[in-house]
Structures are given as C-alpha cells and as structure tokens.
Ligand binder design. Structure first.
Ligand code: ADP
Ligand code: MG
Length: 362
C-alpha cells in the first residue's frame, strides 16, 4: 500500500510517499528564508507559499519515489494542530487529490505523526531542503540502543514531543492510544529556543542556529535556575529561562560579543536540555516506562541528542530517536500514520475541516 503524506501545518511544505515503514521519498520545501525578515512565521504568507509550492513538491515526491499518482492507494494530510490558514491548504489539496483519484482520504493529527516518526525506516537519502546531517551526531540513536530498530519498540512507551508548538509527554499504550502525562504551562521548548536566539541576534529560524553556535560556547558560563514546579512534576515552563536570558543580554548594553553569544547559547541549551531530560526520567520512573521515544524539532538538537545518548547508557531505559531529518516537520510521518489508519480502514470524510488547536485524543 503506497501512501501519499502531505504536511503544511506551519512553514514547511512537505510531501512524501511511504510504503509501510519504508520512505520512498520525503520532500520538504522550507519557507525559512521567506519568514526570516519577520522574525517568525506569518500564517497568511505561509499559506500562500504552500499553494505555490505544493504542485512542484508533489511532483518531485512522486518522481523520487518512482510512483505515478494512479499508484497511490491512500492520501493522508495533516488536519490539526497548526496554523489554520496553512493547515487548510494541505488538507484541501489532499482531499481534492483523493477525490480525483477515487482513493480513501485520511486526516492526520500532526502530533501523532511526530510520535510515530520513530517507526519509519531510516531514509536512504537525505531529504531535499531539510537540515543537513551532522556526521558527529548519532544519526538514529535507536540503532545504537539496546533494542535496535524502531520496529522493535515495545508498547507501552514514553513518547516525548519537543517541538516549536508542543512540549508534551505521553504514555503511548498502542498505536492510536495516547495518554497525556504532562505539558508546558507556557511556551513550547522550540519556541523558547527561537525566542532566545532572536534575543541573541541569531535571526530566524533560531533553534538550529542557537544549537550551532552553542557548540563554540561554555555551557557553564551562565547559570539558569530550573523552574520550581516540584521535583516529580511532569509539567514544563520555559518563561524563566527566557527572562534570565533577556536579563543577561540587557546587561551587555547592546554590545553582544561573539563569545558572549556563544556562551549564553551554550548555557541556555545546557540548562534547557537538562530540564527536558529531568522530566523525561521523572515520567519514566513515575509511570514505569523504560522505552523512551523523543521526537519533534528540538529532538534534532545536537546537545540534547548527545546528552540523551550518554544518559541512556546509564539509565534503565531504551532510547529511540528518529534521524534528524524526521524530527522536524515532514510528510513521511504523516504518510506513516495514514498508512496505519488505512490498514484499519479508518478513513476520514471529505467534509473533514482543519482544526488549529486540538489534543491527541485516545
Ligand atoms: N537543532 C535544533 N535545536 C533546537 N531547536 C531546534 C533545532 N532544530 C529545530 N528546532 C526547533 O524545532 C521547532 C520546529 O519543530 P517542528 O516539529 O519542525 O515544528 P512544529 O513545532 O511546527 O511541529 C522550532 O522551534 C525550531 O527552532
Ligand atoms: Mg512539528
């Protein structure tokens, strides 16, 4: 069964062709440069670019997959959560394709895509326009984990989504069965990375830039205090980290040296990644879950990946991370989830509407 996956919830126009766990193509047209002058994603502009990009991205995805449109068995598209004008474009595009092809349509929750991205086989080739692979970082930590490949992950597992829009911990009991264990009280982790990067003058998109410059800084140069939510709390908060970063920046009186920027980036990243791992291990202990899956854009952070790799060697856990190009938004994870629902004949009506905010229902 060949599944076409379409993802336009934010500023990536992404289309993939997936067969089971196998990625036949995974094409991502990133709008980073378009939104950079605004310092963040402008929903209206994102949706206009999705309209412009989708036909070419689809064509490239099909040709890379050596698949004709008529060979597609199911069309899947993200319908929630995300920027409404952006979601609508991919959703309508997917529904129209399914209608024209007389094939089933499946609306996919973006969060479910992230949580399941770890089940995809490693792509054989890097995706177009996505973050370049960094050879010094384990490509897919799951290959080095005790359990082996993603297909071996036993349920239940602890699923962590750390992205630009979400910082959510789930108990994943089976495919399609998700129980929320904890979430952020304010910003998402990726949002905090982006905002601190902006304070440091690193521009947009901030997370990957902060990650890069942090490699050159001293992670102990500045102290950040962990939010006081209780040691065993499974909630998150990032506003204190942002305020602390702002105060350090203000003390520089507008003169941010390269050393200062690198040190602050490294210290912020060190503190936030420690906090994330802290919560992850608290959730593992509390819910007796030792298979840990970490997904979403921030899971591409080199500092976090390295720390998790070290931590998981000593902790009683099996760690599974998707390769970096499957951490950030992509169509392959949407296609994979579409395929799983397709197998179960759980199709969506063509009247399905886009929904900006929604939890991952059980
Ligand atoms: N290497 C990185 N280090 C830190 N944050 C990152 C890194 N790469 C991506 N991010 C952050 O991940 C977020 C994007 O996550 P993604 O899952 O693609 O989007 P969304 O939040 O729309 O689901 C952004 O906030 C981005 O800054
Ligand atoms: Mg995402």
């Amino acid at each position: 069964m060949k599944i076409l996956g379409i993802e336009t919830s934010c500023d990536e126009t992404a289309v993939a062709v997936v067969e089971g766990r196998k990625i036949l193509s995974n094409i991502i047209a990133s709008q980073g440069a378009v939104h950079a002058p605004f310092g963040g994603v402008v929903p209206e502009i994102a949706s206009r670019h999705h309209i412009e990009n989708l036909p070419a991205v689809l064509e490239t995805a099909l040709s890379k997959a050596q698949t004709r449109l008529s060979e597609i068995d199911v069309v899947a598209a993200t319908y929630t959560p995300g920027l409404l004008p952006a979601l609508l474009i991919g959703l309508q595009f997917g529904k129209a394709l399914a209608f024209a092809l007389k094939k089933p349509f499946i609306g996919v929750n973006h969060l479910e895509g992230h949580l399941n991205s770890v089940f995809l086989d490693d792509p054989l080739t890097p995706t177009l326009g996505s973050a370049p692979l960094a050879p010094q970082v384990p490509r897919a930590l799951r290959l080095a984990s005790h359990k082996g490949r993603g297909s071996d992950i036993d349920y239940p597992f602890l699923g962590f989504i750390v992205s630009g829009g979400h910082t959510h911990l789930y108990k994943v009991e089976a495919f399609g069965k998700y129980k929320l264990l904890g979430a952020t009280r304010d910003d998402a982790a990726g949002e905090a990375f982006d905002k601190v990067a902006k304070l440091l003058g690193l521009g947009y998109p901030g997370g990957p830039r902060l990650d890069k410059i942090a490699q050159e800084g001293d992670p102990h140069a500045f102290r950040f205090t962990k939010p006081k939510l209780g040691d065993e709390s499974l909630e998150f908060s990032f506003s204190g980290y942002k305020t602390a970063a702002l105060l350090h920046v203000q003390k520089q009186n507008g003169n941010l040296s390269q050393n200062f920027v690198a040190d602050l980036a490294a210290s912020f990243q060190h503190a936030v990644t420690d906090f994330l791992i802290d919560r992850l291990s608290a959730a593992g202990r509390r819910h007796r879950l030792n298979n840990w899956v970490v997904t979403g854009g921030v899971a591409a952070n080199k500092g976090l990946r390295q720390k998790l790799a070290t931590f998981s060697k000593e902790a009683p856990c099996n760690l599974f991370l998707p390769p970096m190009e499957l951490c950030t938004d992509n169509g392959a994870m949407i296609a994979y989830v579409g395929g799983e629902y397709g197998k179960r004949k759980k199709h969506s009506p063509l009247s399905l509407n886009a929904v900006a905010y929604s939890a991952l229902a059980q």
